[in-house]
Design a protein around this ligand. Sequence first.
Ligand code: PXP
Length: 250
Amino acid sequence: MATAERLRLGVNIDHVATVRNARGGACPDPLRAAKLAEAAGADGITAHLREDRRHISDADIDGLMAVLSVPLNFEMAATGEMQEIALRHRPHAVCIVPEKREERTTEGGLDVLREELRLGRFIEPLRAAGCRVSLFIAADRRQIEAAQRIGAKVVELHTGAYCDAHAEGDLATRDRELAALREMSALAHSLGLEVHAGHGLSYDTVQPLAVLPELRELNIGHFLIGEAIFRGLGPAIAEMRRLMDAARHG
Ligand code: PXP
């Protein structure tokens, strides 16, 4: 059993860019949101440069690299174009996610097992460049073991199914998903992987995860940017931090 170290909060600012892009122009500015998030206690900023640039742009990544004091977690698909951008910037962390143009958000995790050889080769230069490579996967034993085999430092476990079941009031599924996240966090940790989690988390769903001692980082975006409309970004993040700390340390 791991001792519960401080649980980091990575704030995903993609949807500030979504709102900006709805009108074109420059506001709201994701860089301003990132600096506010830093001031509110975010331990890192996460941004996903999608192939279709539907939210974060190349210029946003340039700007984030220039202005951030906390680490940037650069989310990207395993494509040559994205690898080249990551190698140019050398962000602190790179999180490889599956990406389909037609999806509304990142649905499901990477199939590391099926793509073991290709992904292993793909992450090699990123690791050599000093980026902490993370793979976004389902809480599935075979995917975790494959991630370890190809040399990933981190796995980020997909919490979408747990959060969806909670939202739908399907408590049996929610509890089954939570149990899988609990067991697979322990397994990944025992294999020497750093364990992160994210997708769809809110004030209502964060605490059962925050108590898991093997988890080192949660990445949360959509809910926080939505909540910022009502209480402001700083207070929205501070409340998430408070709930995480309360669950973890009582
Ligand atoms: N972690 C990963 C790997 C993601 O792809 C996303 C969504 O971009 C998140 C965390 C954050 O999810 P949400 O915006 O639903 O909080």
